[in-house]
Design a protein around this ligand. Structure first.
Ligand SMILES: NC(=O)c1ccc[n+]([C@@H]2O[C@H](COP(=O)([O-])OP(=O)(O)OC[C@H]3O[C@@H](n4cnc5c(N)ncnc54)[C@H](OP(=O)(O)O)[C@@H]3O)[C@@H](O)[C@H]2O)c1
Length: 324
């Protein structure tokens, strides 16, 4: 058994981590730290866990835990680590974007590894510090990496991805307000979304001269999940494309190539990424679907923990989709 700490326990990714770790056979939750709920029952904030746990949030941090998950907004992970010196032996898995880019990966001598197992499994296995990828970044990178690996991303790549409202975190905002979001759809940050940095870094690790990625993020009228479509020129047949993707993901625990067109709900509440390919003339359309809070955040964080500690990669993560 290893002991885990969770920082930012009242948020969405924190809540999902608690839910999964409570059912993980190799992990005991040591503490769930909260700046706003210390001394209250976890179930008062996460009522989905009623009858499952008696845990209380705490304002105390155990600096000797085996692994700590930072579920904090941009900039707060850096501040938190500066104020809390964890033991040398403590593994750190950060869900924010503080350490994802190569230029940010070194934090006071701690070298963070980008935690996308489909790209970096070997490095993750021997890492102590993990920068967990962004949710859009996970869906888009998994859609594009096989093409980059074959050096086939020459022309522009057009990406359109729609996310549920939990992607914006637990604090209410104008665009997560029910009256605005319900029955509505909109784009935001056209071609400038912050995840483009990590997407480009990962793609260029495999193909330095890859074409430009034009990414249009969208807000959808649902709470969980990301459906991403990407299309680009591809001269081979659909069979060539399928072979390329099947080969690239032959060892991947959680990325599956679907032969039928996919939809969002088939992955919601799972750590899966489903990918579908469609060929039209010279264009290849790649569709990928993930749960933003699981494969896009807490599920992938636990997948990374499993790899770091030598547990089965899918331990605690054999989850059934809420498909109907
Ligand atoms: N939501 C997603 O789909 C998703 C996907 C991938 C990555 N991420 C990333 O994961 C991180 C957490 O996301 P989230 O959606 O869980 O956010 P969230 O729902 O807003 O939760 C963040 C939590 O951080 C704590 N907090 C706020 N300010 C703090 C401070 N100054 N110092 C320490 N703790 C503070 C609060 O918890 P307490 O009140 O309990 O302290 C808050 O509930 C973000 O960086 C986000 O970008 C999110």
């Amino acid at each position: 058994m290893i002991r885990a700490g969770i920082i930012g326990g009242s948020g969405y990714t924190g809540g999902e981590l608690i839910r999964i770790l409570l059912n993980h056979p190799n992990v005991e939750i040591d503490f769930v730290y909260s700046t706003t709920r210390a001394g209250t029952r976890v179930t008062a904030t996460h009522p989905d866990l009623l009858g499952v746990t008696e845990l209380q949030f705490t304002g105390e941090v155990n600096l000797e835990v085996d692994v700590v998950f930072l579920c904090l907004g941009h900039g707060n992970s850096t501040k938190f680590l500066n104020n809390n010196q964890f033991s040398e032996a403590t593994g750190i898995i950060d869900l924010s974007n503080d350490f994802r880019l190569k230029k940010d990966a070194d934090h006071n001598g701690k070298e963070f590894v980008y935690g996308l197992p489909e790209l970096n499994k070997k490095r993750i296995t021997s890492a102590r510090y993990i920068a967990n990828p962004g949710c859009f970044a996970t869906a888009i990178e998994l859609a594009l990496l096989p093409l980059a690996n074959a050096h086939l991303l020459h022309s522009q790549v057009h990406v359109n991805a729609v996310t549920g409202s939990t992607g914006a975190g637990v604090s209410p905002s104008a665009t997560t307000h029910f009256s605005w979001r319900n029955g509505n759809v909109s784009w935001y940050k056209p071609f400038t979304h912050q995840h483009l940095g990590e997407i480009n870094e990962s793609v260029k690790t495999l193909q330095a001269n890859s074409g430009e990625i034009l990414f249009l993020p969208m807000r959808g009228n649902f709470t969980r999940g990301i459906l991403a479509t990407a299309y680009t020129n591809f001269k081979g047949t659909i069979e060539d494309a399928l072979q390329l993707y099947q080969d690239f993901y032959s060892e991947a625990e959680f990325t599956q190539i679907a032969t039928e067109p996919i939809n969002l709900k088939q992955v919601v509440n799972t750590n899966q990424c489903h990918i579908h390919l469609h060929k039209h003339d010279e264009v290849l359309l790649i569709t990928s679907a993930i749960d933003n809070l699981l494969k896009g955040a807490s599920g992938q964080a636990i997948q990374n923990m499993n790899l770091m500690f030598g547990f089965k990669e899918n331990e605690g993560l054999r989850l059934k989709a809420g498909v109907y």
